[in-house]
Design a protein around this ligand. Structure first.
Ligand code: CP
Length: 314
């Protein structure tokens, strides 16, 4: 596969809608270059990053931290529970402070949809913002690692048949992915409880029962049931949900030999996917976690490229 020089340059990374197709492909290919280990890049030790997570996270938080350290950035620790957030400090004031003390990039996860709007409109805040997830809004770095995983597997997007299945209406992963997958020429399907499906998804793909499409799919992208945003499993018991909407061992047998299974994780085992299938031959769930580091290196590098244009290093 040919590799390209990374020419992507971003001011912030907020939503997949803000990225051109060329920028998306540039970030994916740069992530693959980083993964190949054949790339030389300058150490970014003059730059300071901080990862500010106001919602729980394992993968996004820690893989951004590793990505920043691999690039040589100075990473400033932030823990919302021991910060002045507990004294009433607002998100705006936390980021204003980070900007004032010299943090170049703030990676932020926050439960409020579009939390970043007031931050990027501020004339005082100079830090770049990378969205690590805004409520049920967007999750662009997850989307980019998903795209990198699909591209690494198939080498193209056009014409692939992909189903996004599960908690569609509460999932920021689904929203980021459906927009860009449509733009990349994927034939998209949606599946899951009807109460978690919204007519606004119709412009991106077709609602189907999973069993009707399983043997045609190239990618089955399962979604986590977002227990923190609602109660229960759409009126079904966990076992009923698994049998009706999840990937059971029996359903796995209907997938094509070349098909892959994805899930952003954390996984609710035996709900979205049978426990024994999480690390199965067709599963790319662990590869997604690994690719998250490399695509986040590409994201941080692209934002630093953007800052170097505006603020040349002394
Ligand atoms: N997929 C994902 O965003 O995982 P975390 O919540 O652990 O970051």
């Amino acid at each position: 596969m040919p590799v390209i020089n990374n020419t992507v340059s971003l001011t912030h990374l907020l939503s997949m809608e803000n990225l051109s197709t060329e920028e998306v492909m540039g970030l994916i290919k740069r992530g693959l270059e980083f993964k190949s280990g054949k790339v030389n890049c300058d150490s970014q030790e003059k730059y300071v990053t901080s990862n500010l997570f106001f919602e729980n996270s394992t993968r996004t938080h820690k893989s951004f931290e590793i990505a920043e350290k691999k690039l040589g950035c100075q990473v400033i620790d932030f823990n919302a529970d021991t910060s002045s957030v507990n004294k009433g400090e607002t998100l705006y004031d936390t980021i204003l402070t980070m900007s004032a003390i010299g943090v170049d990039i703030c990676v932020v996860r926050h439960p409020q949809v579009d939390y970043y709007k007031e931050l990027i409109e501020s004339p005082t805040i100079k830090s770049s913002i990378v969205n690590g997830g805004d409520g049920s809004g967007q999750h662009p770095s997850q989307c980019l690692l998903d795209l990198m995983t699909i591209y690494e597997e198939f080498g193209y997007f056009e014409g692939l048949k992909i189903a996004i299945a599960g908690d569609l209406s509460h999932s920021r992963v689904a929203k980021s992915n459906m927009q860009i997958l449509k733009r990349l020429g994927v034939k998209l399907y949606f599946s899951g409880p009807e109460s978690w499906y919204s007519p606004e998804f119709e412009e991106y793909g077709q609602y189907v029962m999973l069993e009707d499409i399983l043997d045609e799919l190239d990618v089955l992208m399962l979604l986590r049931v977002q227990h923190e945003r609602h109660n229960g499993t759409a009126g079904f018991s966990k076992e009923e949900y698994h049998q009706k909407f999840g990937l059971t061992q029996a359903a796995y047998q209907h997938l094509k030999d070349s098909a892959i299974i994805m899930h952003p994780a954390p996984v609710n085992r035996d709900v979205e996917i049978a426990d024994c299938l999480v690390e199965s031959e067709k599963s790319r769930i662990v590869a997604q976690m690994e690719n998250g580091v490399y695509v986040r290196m590409a994201i941080i590098e692209a934002v630093l490229n953007g800052r170097k244009k505006v603020l040349p290093v002394a």
